[in-house]
Design a protein around this ligand. Structure first.
Ligand SMILES: C[C@@]1(CC(=O)O)C2=NC(=C\c3[nH]c(c(CCC(=O)O)c3CC(=O)O)Cc3[nH]c(c(CC(=O)O)c3CCC(=O)O)/C=C3\N/C(=C\2)[C@@H](CCC(=O)O)[C@]3(C)CC(=O)O)/[C@H]1CCC(=O)O
Ligand SMILES: NC(=O)c1ccc[n+]([C@@H]2O[C@H](COP(=O)([O-])OP(=O)(O)OC[C@H]3O[C@@H](n4cnc5c(N)ncnc54)[C@H](O)[C@@H]3O)[C@@H](O)[C@H]2O)c1
Length: 254
């Protein structure tokens, strides 16, 4: 019996790929392309769509009309891959032969590609995604059952509190401000412990309620291992008022 986690091969490496301001090429303008384009725009990518206008579905036509994407009105041509800024290619076309050709060209150029409906020609799969502000949850069945991914994702989402995304957003702001206030790698461990404790000690509702001025006070009272309650923050207690009372938390001496 080893003391380390057992390796379970056969999975995917699930990552949060940062495509912000990076060029991604989408080939096709049907329903599947519409979904891919939305995912990409939600990740702030610079999207270029290549597909003849006659085949655009309403959503893709809308993205084009709103200038949310760069648009090339024709079938794919190999020269579309000449732009050295392209980091990813997604094809969603109803022509398997053309799909395979695009895949081969992408491999020659070492560009990561997803060929919808052709799992062996995918460097990465899409998954079913739940989004709530900064929170994203992706479910993958690793090609076994895309519809099942959708069902699992909905079930997970239905069990999450409504304010989860908002609470995470507040934590993000607090974290950013803490790093500005207490910079430096040597402070990293203490900073991380403090943040973790704020997240566990405070309820989601309390985190959501955290205003800019609450954050000012909370940060002013920052001391490793000292986590005031929201009530104490609202009373604007000063750091000197915090003392260890021997319990699991810290009490405010009045
Ligand atoms: C998650 C989602 C994301 C997205 O595409 O945005 C996604 N497919 C979705 C829906 C969906 N796709 C299909 C159906 C019909 C019902 C069914 O077959 O179940 C439904 C359901 C519907 O339409 O409701 C047909 C289908 N899909 C693939 C094949 C080829 C094959 O399996 O060989 C076939 C034809 C099978 C055949 O001909 O029989 C392949 C892939 N589809 C994937 C992702 C990747 C694996 C993800 C995973 O395993 O978890 C993978 C491998 C590659 C990729 O495309 O990245 C999205 C749900 C989003 C959402 O609703 O939340
Ligand atoms: N992975 C998935 O989740 C999933 C789900 C459903 C369907 N699919 C598959 O994805 C593919 C696309 O599905 P769809 O419903 O969006 O199809 P669709 O017929 O609605 O759209 C196809 C689009 O591709 C364009 N096109 C065709 N050949 C092209 C070329 N050479 N260059 C540029 N554009 C071209 C068409 O003009 C059209 O805009 C199909 O193969 C389908 O079986 C995948």
């Amino acid at each position: 019996m080893g003391k380390f986690p057992e390796v379970q091969g056969g999975g995917s490496l699930i990552l949060a790929w940062q495509v912000r301001n990076k060029r991604v090429l989408v080939v096709g303008g049907g329903e599947v392309a519409a979904g891919r384009i939305l995912n990409l725009l939600n990740a702030d990518a610079k999207v270029r769509v290549v597909a003849p206008r006659s085949g655009l579905n309403k959503e893709v036509a809308y993205r084009v009309e709103q200038n949310q994407v760069d648009y090339v009105d024709r079938n794919f041509e190999p020269s579309d891959l000449d732009d050295p800024n392209i980091v990813m290619v997604l094809t969603a076309i109803d022509d398997p032969e053309a799909s395979s050709k695009i895949w081969k060209l992408c491999k020659q150029k070492r560009i990561a590609a997803n060929i919808a409906d052709v799992p062996p020609e995918c460097d990465f799969y899409f998954g079913s995604v739940h989004r709530d502000g900064p929170l994203q949850i992706m479910v993958s069945t690793n090609g076994n059952g895309p519809k099942m991914a959708n069902i699992v994702r909905r079930r997970i989402a239905a069990n999450l509190p409504d304010n989860m995304g908002a609470a995470i957003q507040k934590v993000g702001m607090l974290r950013k401000r803490l790093r500005v206030m207490v910079p430096g790698n040597e402070e990293g461990a203490k900073r991380m412990q403090w943040m973790s404790k704020v997240c566990t000690k405070w309820s989601l509702e309390e985190l959501c309620e955290l205003s800019e001025s609450d954050m000012d006070i909370l940060l002013k009272s920052y001391k490793p291992n000292v986590i005031p309650t929201l009530e104490q923050v609202r009373l604007d207690e000063t750091p000197g008022d915090w003392t260890f009372d021997g319990s699991f938390g810290w009490a405010c001496v009045v």
